[in-house]
Write a protein that binds this ligand. Sequence first.
Ligand SMILES: [Zn+2]
Length: 444
Amino acid sequence: MRRGPVLIWLLAPALLLAAPVRPGSVPLSAQVTAIRAGQLVDPEAGTVARDVVILVEGGRFGAIGPNIAIPSGAEVIDLPTLTVLPGLVDAHNHLALTYKEEPESNVYYLTYVLESTPLRAIQAASNGIQMLASGFTIVRDMGNNGNYADTALRLAIEQGWLPGPTIINSGIIIGGMGGQFWPTPEMARDKGIVYPEYLDADTPDEIVKAVRQNALFGAKVIKICVDCKPWGYSVEEIRLFIAEAAKAGLKVEGHVQTVSGAARAIEAGIWSIAHDSGLTPEMHERMAEKGIFRAGTETPITLVGHTSPQRYERTVARLRDAFERGVPLTFSTDADYYVPGMTRGEVSIEFIETWKAAGIPNADILRAMTTNGYRVSETQDTRGPIRTGFAADLIAVAGNPLDDIDALRDVRFVMKDGLVFKRDGVMTPGAFFHGGPVNGWNIR
Ligand SMILES: [Zn+2]
């Protein structure tokens, strides 16, 4: 049994060298694409350059500038009337969870009983494509994804099976016994019903083990329930999460819903805080001091049934307060439900309504959706900015989002890893589909 694989490994370099190139075709790495952008936005600087040429080769950006010579034989993509900008980031989504009115009355406790992990994984593939079509080239997928459907989706996209955003996934959310559920004793103790939606970790040993399990099964960030139960995690326990995750090179995001939970998470020095209900002005001050990312998941009033007027008012006021106090803001949606007539991407982009209502300037909304998104995802040195040597992800819209942030609602063009996913407003993802792992095989 061992001989075969060993032989293949030994032969691998020779096989690669002998890889056939179709007659008349050019190896992918040698193909050059030149994008002629009418306008190019730099979200970090909040500036626009005109008539810029962007070269793309081997899935990465090459030379970028106004007077770049286009190599002969390059494929030229003309976008003279569009505004090109880096891809968007949703810092908190749940691609393998879609609860809905029928049959579960939007109660996700039922969704995970009714829908298998394989079904949810296929839904995640679809949701990922829908996100990419709306310009989200990076999605932090923050748990409630069945039995590591999020890792499977990330690997499938990375290996080249199908198109999708770059996924930064959390694996299973770690919490005290029960996670976010309040199960019956028999279902919790006898049936273990909380798994795989949550990993129970109530002691230091269990915390270490849970972090290691997620790292082993492909998590790229650790997500914990800071205060899903009244007792929650202490500052020391959160620090243990952070220290153990750091050994695997991972950061920790906390689901926080109370002020005391926020205070503990901030004191412990957590990487990012999800949800805004515990984030008072005092907490915002401390977050700004420590540079803790805010993934507030600000549901807009326009998504009827998913917030209330009172809650929305508080959400808007808190977002405004966080902005004024200089908290690092990320664009985050917590999207995990079906809104009839809307794609997952359209549901996510709808959240700009809350940011507009909070009076955040367009340039700062765009920074939250790009620059800060790359930072919280830890891709800022490899992927996100349109910069030579970086992964070639970009989008284009008809208007200029610095003038009108609603321009982001109509993404006309999407490039991911140098491949065109959407052109003239129509998805053309054929180049992404492969019958095997063309980008290489990886298990983590
Ligand atoms: Zn969430």
